[in-house]
Design a protein around this ligand. Structure first.
Ligand code: GDP
Ligand code: MG
Ligand code: K
Length: 298
């Protein structure tokens, strides 16, 4: 019996905010590493999720939600996304079947035209629509771009996700295992901790706090007793937002801290001591020079 060559490659997962990219990553990797939220744009940086089987290793890149830039941070994110599309072996473009074709998709398709990489179209959330609705949608998207494969899935329920993995594998070339078997992410724990805190803030404050908030890890270290000590700043643009996040007698900040701490403990497998504070910094989004300080580096 001849052994099939081992395959590996990098796959960019793109699509408008909330189509289900993080949900798919979590489903594939079976571990909470990407951030899930009902709100747009919680994933603001590349997260590599690594899927490893005895046939292949797929390194997923969860790109920031690609969208038309409205301010400097947007332009910066689009540049990251554009670079990513050219560097990877395969692009997986996900849409939400309930939403259908929109301006945001056209923007992404324009970006794809410039890339030389093969592109899959994933129709996600098929659990939410009647199967008859899929065909017209597929035809519409196919008329806009010559996708190499079209795969309907439910990232949430896991339907057809195995088929997707097999198809992705079939497009990859022979290659090495870039990461050890047990590693599912190469992202710094600091970044994931910051994203988990951000996720809690966005969930708990609902529409009152905009996506412009940032979480900066000032300090993160493992103490001798194996407790991980984290000091993090929540950066907002207005004093009113600071008030909302702190809440009555600090109740909101306490709740954010408790929920985030539990998630970070689960992630690290250690006890965590989390200290949160809030600072106001006006228009930080438009100060590109500050982006690197906040960890948005290319
Ligand atoms: P992202 O912004 O593309 O990363 O989207 P998320 O993964 O954060 O998902 C956005 C929302 O869609 C979340 O509330 C998910 O639970 C939901 N969602 C994702 N995939 C599915 C799916 O297959 N079916 C249903 N019904 N909901 C989904
Ligand atoms: Mg996401
Ligand atoms: K192309």
């Amino acid at each position: 019996m001849t052994q099939e060559p081992y395959k590996s490659g990098f796959v960019a997962l793109i699509g408008r905010p909330n189509v289900g990219k993080s949900t798919l990553l979590n489903q594939v990797l079976g571990q909470k590493i990407a951030i899930m939220s009902d709100k747009a744009q919680t994933t603001r940086n590349k997260i590599h999720g690594v899927y490893t089987s005895d046939k292949a290793q797929i390194v997923f890149i969860d790109t920031p939600g690609i969208h038309k830039p409205k301010h400097k941070l947007g332009e910066f994110m689009t540049r990251i996304a554009q670079n990513t599309l050219n560097e990877v072996d395969l692009v997986v473009f996900m849409i939400d079947v309930e939403q259908g074709y929109g301006k945001g998709d056209q923007y992404i398709i324009d970006l794809l035209e410039k890339a030389k990489t093969p592109v899959f179209l994933i129709l996600n959330k098929i659990d939410k629509v009647h199967p008859d609705e899929l065909l017209p949608l597929i035809e519409e998207y196919r008329s806009k771009y010559a996708f190499d494969e079209v795969i309907p899935i439910s990232a949430l329920q896991g339907n057809n996700v195995n088929t997707l993995i097999e198809l992705i594998t079939s497009y990859l070339d022979e290659g090495p295992k870039y990461y050890p078997d047990e590693q599912v992410t190469d992202h710094p724990e600091r970044f994931i901790a910051a994203e988990l805190i951000r996720e809690k803030i966005l969930h708990l404050t609902r529409e009152e706090v905009p996506h412009s908030i940032a979480v900066v890890i000032d300090d993160m270290k493992r103490e001798e007793n194996d407790v991980v000590y984290i000091q993090a700043a929540v950066v907002v643009e207005r004093p009113s937002q600071k008030g909302i996040i702190i809440g009555k007698q600090g109740a909101m900040l306490k709740k954010i801290g408790t929920l985030a701490r539990k998630d970070i403990e689960a992630l690290l497998g250690s006890k965590v001591f989390l200290e949160l504070w809030v600072k106001v910094q006006k228009n930080w989004r438009d100060k590109e020079s500050q982006l690197r300080d906040f960890g948005f580096s290319e």
